[in-house]
Design a protein around this ligand. Sequence first.
Ligand code: SAH
Length: 274
Amino acid sequence: MTSPPSKSHGRKTITATLKPRELVQHQPALKGAWIARIITLFPDAFPGVLGESLTGKALKEGLWRLETTDLRRFGEGKHRNVDDTPSGGGAGMVLRADVLGQAIEHTQKPVKTKQPLIYLSPRGKPFTQAMAQEWSESDGLTMICGRFEGIDERIIDYYDIQEVSLGDFVLTGGEIAAIALIDATVRLIPRVLGNHASIEDESFSHGLLEHPQYTRPSVWNDLPIPEILLSGHHGKIADWRKQQAERLTKERRPDLWRAYCETHNIEPDEDQEQ
Ligand code: SAH
């Protein structure tokens, strides 16, 4: 088979390739499907919540696939040790380079195209919607979930790994971060969300936070829905939503607001509300 054509998520032939244990079971293997490969000590954490709702439906339909590599399998000795004490002393344990290296080689063996290799890490580049968009257009990602104090630095250098952070806080392990990253990315693959228009409007897609949303009942606890939204006047509603999105972004995220103003030739201190 030659390399698959550039990104196409169309439904293609189904080949039955269920490798025991490695794959999350009952996934149809569709040619060209986006693949998340995850190296983890806790393969049972997947698909977790990714198996629910729209991402779960897309997984079952084969629009994307999930493959876990159990790091423990590559552990040393009778106890399959994967970690050791930090060189130079200090608290905690570090995932060993030799063990992780073997797991990476094993996981990457079937990967034929250049795909991002990511280590979820609080030291990494903060994850953004733009990264999710870019990766949703790739063939897939390989993610390493750290545990304890993290992983041996030589692994990061040797494999030219991108470190990606979910935010300025410390989790116990990379699994929750990987699930969040996959969720944000997979929902941007065409046909995963039923209604693609909902992506175009949402937070970050135009550099703004999303406008407030309302639904029935029209009055709740004496609080009415803003009248304009019930007017049926689409032009005015669009203007109102844009104003609200700009107001919220300006109030809450000065960093995003400045970037938005630069690209739209707006004076950052200008009052957007008329
Ligand atoms: N000692 C490390 C933290 C280790 S936390 C430090 O101070 O930087 C254990 C593992 O959890 C990490 O290896 C990483 O894979 C994951 N993790 C923790 N916080 C994270 C975050 N904000 N984003 C992504 N992954 C994170």
